[in-house]
Design a protein around this ligand. Structure first.
Ligand code: 4NP
Length: 151
């Protein structure tokens, strides 16, 4: 799960998907990173932590990291939150870029529409809750598409 800062959206996305995958016994490893170096080593935004915890998901142990092109080999699927993230992932991956395994996360919910998860960095709790709800639905759709199981 990749966003810009790796403190608002992608830690939520990774936390939600890991939680659902664990509950469904899928054995998946979900990680997150940012395309920027702004928040390397930082915990998730306090509002992402708060909203996740209100749904029983503890993301406090995550720490910010930057997307590395080798991630394109390490992971089976790479999800961008918005179109800028997608373009940055493509650019940063260089010769390792693999279009087959990279997509916008909301394309799991709205196939082919290229919708974006809005950046809540300047927003309030309501914005973070809206981001959570979008990611929650997208992760359910992803799990159902790949496994046939309800998330
Ligand atoms: P994120 O949000 O990409 O969802 O983690 C942001 C976090 C920090 C910044 C921008 C977006 N920033 O400019 O520091």
């Amino acid at each position: 799960m990749v966003c810009l800062g790796n403190i608002c959206r992608s830690p939520l996305a990774a936390g939600i998907l890991q939680y659902k995958a664990d509950n469904a016994d899928l054995g998946w490893v979900v990680e997150s990173s940012g395309t920027s170096r702004y928040h390397i080593g930082d915990p998730p935004h306090r509002m992402s932590q708060k909203v996740a915890l209100s749904h029983g998901i503890d993301i406090s142990n995550q720490r910010g990291s930057q997307f590395a092109k080798e991630d394109m080999l390490t992971f089976d699927l790479i999800y961008a939150m918005d179109r800028d993230n997608y373009a940055d992932i493509k650019r940063m991956s260089g010769e390792l870029w693999n279009e087959e395994k990279t997509d916008l996360i909301l394309n799991e919910l709205y196939p082919g529409e290229d919708r974006e998860v809005p950046d809540p960095w300047y927003g309030n709790e309501k914005d973070f809750r809206e981001v959570f709800d979008m990611l929650d639905k997208a992760c359910d759709a992803l799990i159902f598409r790949l496994t046939g199981k309800e998330g």
